[in-house]
Design a protein around this ligand. Structure first.
Ligand SMILES: C[S@@+](CC[C@H](N)C(=O)[O-])C[C@H]1O[C@@H](n2cnc3c(N)ncnc32)[C@H](O)[C@@H]1O
Length: 378
């Protein structure tokens, strides 16, 4: 149990699901700094409408619970964590959740932005934010210095207005800005599209999507082995990104029912769009779910899983992530069901898969990537 001594009161915050001896906190020094600054300068009045962008586990939303707060994020995991933390602290009063692919409404008095890992996501968020702020809106971005790229400063200056920065405190920094009406509202370039002649697909990708402007090399290698994958009925494209794996499988196996799963709302929206344009005019039988891997899926509910696993989520790198996914995969596969996994050589998933499934066969490898296959035996 972790207690966050915020400037607005103490909060018990977790990363969910709670793991025994989890050392990872559900807030960082940038959250702390931001809340201290708001409290010291009395920037949040009782009636202020607050927008919190990319609050990873709800530390900011929960601290400001007395206000009308909107949580806006691309991460379904962040949304779930914020809901759980809010319930745990009994701070749910005026908390609204808006997906990154959804629409904000009204004007916000205070906007707090945690800088995301992908600058394209920040750009998309800033462009869309412009219709929801005015000259009086307090706008503060925050990040750990190690996560701050020059591109973030540039985007804020070009899209919102001039900025100043705070001193560094506990390796975090705040960025202050306000709307400059003389900057013409930029055209939003997202989602973007590319065509890959080798796989014969045009893929649309929202701002935060993995490998947004070209086909990832690991994905390309995986696709080259698709003719060897068995025909199955219930198939999951796990951590689907723009859905390219599931769509290709569907092209090869018309009767398969595919579930596309990703924790990012933008990924799921991209996969849905790409699927619709790959199979125009057809009734869509596939399911698109923004959720934490197979956590919510039933035991023995699928016969084949295709996976190019994540190796980080937002700023957190974790081998735990993939290994948690593989455990759930085993539970969700039917007996005889298979999971195919592509990964970089250096991420030794082979031993993890062997430990969980008791069998792991290397199907193909090249200089950089390896494709492994496991079977659920009982
Ligand atoms: C390496 S990318 C693979 C994307 C796509 N399958 C491809 O090959 O282009 C990994 C994906 O995992 C997603 N992801 C990260 N954590 C996740 C989680 N807990 N549950 C589901 N998806 C997750 C990311 O959003 C990202 O789209």
């Amino acid at each position: 149990m972790h207690v966050f001594h915020s400037a607005f009161g103490n909060l018990t915050l977790n990363r969910w699901p709670v793991r025994k001896n989890d050392q990872l906190q559900a807030w960082d020094a940038a959250d702390e700094y931001l809340l201290n600054h708001l409290a010291d300068n009395k920037l949040v009045t009782d009636t202020a409408r607050v927008l919190v962008v990319n609050d990873a586990h709800g530390a900011l939303c929960c601290a400001l619970y007395k206000n009308d707060v909107t949580h806006w994020s691309d991460s379904s995991l962040s949304q779930t964590d914020t809901q759980q933390n809010s319930a745990q602290n009994q701070t749910p009063a005026n908390l609204e959740f808006v997906k990154s692919t959804g629409h904000l409404h009204g004007v916000f008095d205070v906007v707090l932005i945690k800088i995301p890992k992908t600058n394209a996501l920040l750009e998309d968020q800033l462009i869309r934010l412009r219709d929801h702020i005015n000259k009086d809106s307090v706008i503060i971005a925050a990040a750990m210095i190690k996560h701050l790229q020059k591109s973030a400063f540039k985007s804020i200056e070009q899209i919102i207005g001039p900025l100043t920065t705070s001193l560094a405190v506990k390796k975090s920094r705040l960025i202050f800005t306000s709307i400059d009406d003389t900057i013409p509202p930029p055209q939003n370039p997202y989602p973007t599209q590319y065509t890959d002649p080798d796989i014969g697909m045009t893929l649309t990708n929202h701002a935060s999507v993995f490998s947004r402007d070209h086909l990832d090399l690991g994905t390309r290698f995986f696709l080259s082995a698709f003719q060897d994958i068995k025909s199955a009925n219930r198939v999951v494209d796990l951590a689907c990104g723009n859905g390219v794996l599931g769509i290709k499988y569907q092209q090869l196996h018309h009767n398969a029912r595919i579930q596309f799963i990703d924790e990012s709302f933008m990924a799921i929206e991209s996969a849905r769009k790409n699927y619709a344009s790959a199979f125009p005019g057809q009734t869509i039988q596939s399911i698109f779910l923004a959720q934490d891997g197979l956590k919510n899926s039933s035991a023995e509910s699928c016969d084949l899983i295709l996976c190019n696993p994540p190796f980080h989520i937002q700023h957190t790198v974790g081998a735990q992530l993939a290994s948690g996914m593989f455990h759930d995969a085993r539970r969700c596969l039917s007996s005889g069901g298979e999971m195919w996994v592509v990964s970089n050589h250096h991420l030794d998933y082979r031993s993890v898969l062997n430990r969980i499934f008791g069998n792991c066969r290397m199907v193909a490898k090249n200089k950089k990537f390896v494709i492994n296959k496991v079977v659920k035996r009982h």
